[in-house]
Ligand binder design. Structure first.
Ligand SMILES: Nc1ncnc2c1ncn2[C@@H]1O[C@H](COP(=O)(O)OP(=O)(O)OP(=O)(O)O)[C@@H](O)[C@H]1O
Ligand SMILES: [Mg+2]
Length: 260
């Protein structure tokens, strides 16, 4: 994959997401429930875009569509100009609950993607798995089972598993939603670091406006269901970002105002 590196930030030249005029509805007790109302969203390769909005507005629904896990009622989804018709290893997924296989060790879980792709015994892939384990600080737990990990460690392992195959796109659905404030803040910095190093496109759903402001180039605000794009904000704050900068606090107030 082609990458560019500017001022210590790697950016892939692939990984563009185009969601065009997406509507989605479900059946709820026999009645149609409109969830997304003609949502359009384009994400540049290597950028970090966060999606915030009221609970039940359709954020996870949109992320599942971008992952190719579901199909929209109307509209089209493209990745690098190719229509999305199903899941693909070029799009990594991280959910709120770590989805590690309980009978595999941390190292085996992180190496699952390469293993499934037939690279399990390839020394290059083995060393990629090892360096990914190091990158997320789990060296001492590589032989542990998921049940032996703390919530933060399990989520680190999930991130490592999603990133070991170097996907062009990482889709994150409230990845830190269940962690305590301190672990959350550490992992926010780690996600930022991984994004700088690997250059993937990130599309992240979060309820935490500060988290979105710390990490994102853009924040897209959804309305209540059926979701429309209320606001699409470019976040031009210099990095690394600090919560106490006046501009940061103003943006936080503005976004919370849109959400209330
Ligand atoms: N597979 C499904 N079948 C029926 N209804 C669904 C399905 N998936 C989602 N919904 C409904 O669609 C609406 C949007 O759900 P979604 O999970 O996308 O919201 P969300 O914005 O991610 O909410 P939260 O912030 O609480 O995670 C909800 O009313 C939910 O009940
Ligand atoms: Mg959700």
């Amino acid at each position: 994959m082609v990458t560019e590196s500017v001022a210590g930030k790697t950016t892939n030249t692939r990984g563009a997401i185009d969601l065009l005029d997406i509507s989605q509805a479900f059946l709820s007790h026999g009645n149609p429930l409109p969830v997304l109302d003609r949502v359009s969203l384009s994400v540049q390769p290597g950028s970090f875009v966060s999606l915030v909005g009221p609970s039940g507005s359709g954020k996870s629904t949109l992320l599942r569509l971008a992952a190719g896990l579901d199909r929209p009622l109307t509209g089209r989804i493209y990745v690098d100009g190719h229509q999305v018709t199903g899941p693909d290893p070029s799009r990594g997924l991280v959910f709120q609950d770590p989805t590690l296989l309980p009978w595999l060790t941390v190292a085996q879980n992180i190496g699952l993607g390469p293993q499934v792709q037939g690279h399990g015994d390839d020394p290059i892939w083995r060393s990629r798995v090892e360096s990914m384990i190091e990158l997320v600080g789990l060296e001492a737990f590589s032989e542990a089972l998921p049940a032996e990990l703390s919530g933060g460690m399990a989520q680190r392992a999930s991130l490592a598993r999603a990133l070991v195959t170097r996907p062009e796109i990482l889709l994150l659905d409230e990845p830190l939603g269940k962690l305590d404030a301190l672990t959350r803040s550490t992992l926010q910095a780690e996600i930022d670091q991984l994004w700088h190093r690997q250059g993937f496109t990130a599309l992240m759903v979060t309820h935490d406006v500060e988290e979105a402001l710390l990490l994102s180039d853009r924040i897209v605000v959804f309305s209540a269901r059926p979701a429309r794009v209320l606001e699409d904000l470019t976040i031009a704050l210099p990095r690394p970002r600090t919560r106490d900068a006046p501009e940061f606090r103003q943006l936080r107030r503005d976004i919370l105002g849109l959400l209330s």
